[in-house]
Ligand binder design. Structure first.
Ligand code: ATP
Ligand code: MG
Length: 224
């Protein structure tokens, strides 16, 4: 589904060279994969490459077997909107919109009509267990509920691949595990592929595959 072939993305700053170097990895469809490693090991850099938010200096990014690293920005933008979903450390919800309206937003940006967007957004919020919170605004939701809303927003457009950067970082331990259980269920039921950057042990414990990074290099891969 997603394949990185020998990708390098180097940042040179004040004579120091950091980033990611010659990383190859492959994530099959329906897999919940985790990028693990200490702070500064290159997790976010790799997610940005996989999410087509950045381009490698060397190497290739393949989505569904197609090399997408060489595409022009309009084509990359189209793929991001249609094929990819993003979940960040903070839910980044629009504060003045309800949970339902937040989830409807990307659907409407894709040209979906209001009735259809509402139907799909309701279904996504139901799936993440928020059927009784449709009309709450983000400030009226708990941190875990906000992250669930962010997952519903990422999933409503039916992406192939969801990229999540430290999605449990703002949650206490009791909420991180269930959030990952939800992702694992969605991967199994709907064939959605997840690539999650995290150093949270409760996240790593639930992964189908773990890619371990250190100093910008892939140092281990396990399928627990
Ligand atoms: N825009 C940038 N300019 C210069 N250096 C950068 C830039 N972005 C990242 N780096 C460096 O690249 C390395 C990898 O950073 P990255 O953000 O990918 O790490 P990370 O594994 O996500 O860390 P964390 O767990 O703290 O989020 C770090 O050494 C960082 O300082
Ligand atoms: Mg990071």
């Amino acid at each position: 589904m997603l394949e990185l072939r020998s990708v390098t993305r180097a940042y040179e700053l004040g004579g120091e060279r950091a980033g990611v170097f010659v990383v190859s990895l492959s994530v099959p469809q329906g897999c919940l994969a985790v990028l693990a490693g200490p702070s500064g090991s290159g997790k976010t850099t790799l997610l940005q490459l996989a999410g087509l938010l950045d381009t490698p200096d060397e190497g290739e990014v393949l989505l569904e077997g197609k090399n997408v690293s060489a595409l022009a920005e309009p084509a990359r933008c189209h793929l991001r909107l249609r094929r990819l979903g993003f979940v960040f450390q903070a839910a980044n919800l629009v504060p003045v919109l309800s949970a339902l309206e937040n989830v409807m937003l990307p659907l409407q940006l894709q040209g979906c009509g209001e009735i259809e967007a509402r139907r799909r957004a309701e279904a996504a919020l139901l799936r993440v267990g928020l059927a009784d919170r449709l009309h709450h605004r983000p400030g009226q939701l708990s941190g875990g509920q906000q992250q669930r809303t962010a997952i519903a927003r990422a999933l409503a457009p039916e992406p192939l691949l969801v990229l999540a950067d430290e999605p449990t970082a703002a949650l206490d331990h009791a909420h991180g595990g269930p959030l990952l259980d939800l992702m694992a269920e969605l991967a199994a039921e709907q064939g959605v592929t997840f690539l999650v950057a995290s150093h949270d042990p409760s996240v790593i414990a639930r992964a189908h595959r773990v890619f371990r990074l250190a100093d910008g290099r892939l140092v281990g891969e396990d399928a627990p």
